[in-house]
Design a protein around this ligand. Structure first.
Ligand SMILES: NC(=O)C1=CN([C@@H]2O[C@H](COP(=O)(O)OP(=O)(O)OC[C@H]3O[C@@H](n4cnc5c(N)ncnc54)[C@H](OP(=O)(O)O)[C@@H]3O)[C@@H](O)[C@H]2O)C=CC1
Ligand SMILES: O=C(CO)COP(=O)(O)O
Length: 316
């Protein structure tokens, strides 16, 4: 089965390198010329695409593949899908982005399912830095698809010797785990940037995990999915690593450092979407509210942290 990846940034490039171990791969980028010329994405320096990866700027050609991975930032996903006239009947569309769409408050797989109802929507998510995948370091991810049979086929097609996929039918749990952990990672970066210490970060991770589980289960996810790679696994990675852009964003906010708007920080916009979703559903999400306050409302980070500590004492 042929594979195409839409999005020539860090993750799309890394996936193209990894999946080329299984056979030919097509990589589509909106600005394909530099990628064709250099075989390197500026978003993933030092990684050269193998010859078995065909880079194209022709979207119609790319979506002729049977399995299509969508690896653009979450807030760009609906626009990209709208550019594809083809209903993509029978194809597998695998979301590789992490977030919640601000316009619809949907996760990536739900958004794909609504935009292309004649295709099969799935999601590939979990703890994995693009650089690790591209360099062939061992990585385990969740491949979630509502159809058990399509999920099993995708699991086999997209696993490699170093990219180990676990299968799930809980698409909601997988997409929310990946989206929500980025919000908590911003809070953890802010905590460390403010010098509040590692004990405070562990508390934020734990209470953040409670918050993630509360919202996800309210939306029909299984709690055990949140405890898996796509939730707990990715939370652990993203909240503790300098490689994470979300973590670094929170740390920079706390330190008053300049933020580069060209860097993809999914948790910033997703925090806004989460707050809106949680309010609609009556779910308490204090850490997401704090992240929205520091990222968008100009609330100073020390005050936002104090707001969290000042909340009434409660049962765990
Ligand atoms: N990097 C990582 O380690 C991982 C990332 N992810 C997820 O993958 C998704 C993509 O992130 P990542 O690749 O890292 O981000 P990058 O910032 O590295 O790249 C984003 C890419 O998307 C392209 N893009 C943006 N908007 C559009 C659009 N409307 N149409 C077509 N292309 C578009 C950009 O093009 P241009 O360069 O022209 O701006 C760029 O090539 C995110 O949801 C992220 O959470 C998941 C796991 C790991
Ligand atoms: O999702 C990721 C790791 O699993 C990448 O994290 P950042 O987007 O924070 O860099």
């Amino acid at each position: 089965m042929s594979v195409a990846i839409l999005g020539g940034g860090a993750f799309g490039t890394a996936l193209a390198v990894a999946l080329s171990a299984n056979g030919p791969v097509t990589l589509w980028a909106r600005e394909a010329a530099p990628l064709i010329a250099t075989r390197q994405s500026p978003r993933l320096p030092g990684v050269t695409l193998p010859e078995t990866v065909t880079v194209t700027g022709d979207l119609a050609q790319a979506v002729s593949a049977e399995t299509i991975l969508l690896s653009v930032p979450m807030q760009s996903l609906s626009g990209l899908l709208a550019q594809i006239d083809d209903p993509l009947t029978g194809k597998a569309l695998v979301a590789c982005c992490k977030g919640i769409d601000l316009a619809t408050l949907e996760g990536p797989a739900a958004l794909i399912a609504h935009a292309k109802p004649k295709a099969t929507a799935a999601i590939l998510t979990g703890p994995s830095f693009a650089t690790d995948i591209a360099h062939g370091l061992p990585t385990a991810l969740t491949l979630a698809c509502a159809s058990e049979a399509r999920g099993a086929a995708l699991q086999a097609q997209l696993s490699t010797a170093t990219l180990r996929l676990y299968r799930s039918s809980d698409v909601t749990g997988a997409e929310l785990g990946g989206a929500l952990k980025n919000v908590i990672a911003i809070a953890c970066g802010a905590c460390i940037g403010l010098g509040l210490g590692e004990s405070a970060r562990a508390a934020l991770m734990t209470r953040g995990f409670a918050e993630m589980t509360r919202l996800a289960t309210r939306l029909g996810a299984r709690a055990e999915t949140l405890a898996g790679l796509s939730g707990f696994g990715d939370l652990a990675l993203t909240c503790t690593s300098d490689h994470s852009r979300n973590y670094r964003f929170g740390r920079a906010l706390a330190r008053g450092e300049t933020i580069d708007p060209a860097v993809t920080v999914e948790g910033a916009r997703t925090a806004e979407a989460v707050v809106a979703l949680a309010e609609r559903l009556g779910v308490d999400m204090p850490i997401a509210r704090a992240v929205t306050a520091i990222a968008h409302d100009g609330r100073p980070v020390p005050q936002a942290m104090q707001d969290l500590l000042n909340r009434p004492l409660k049962e765990e």
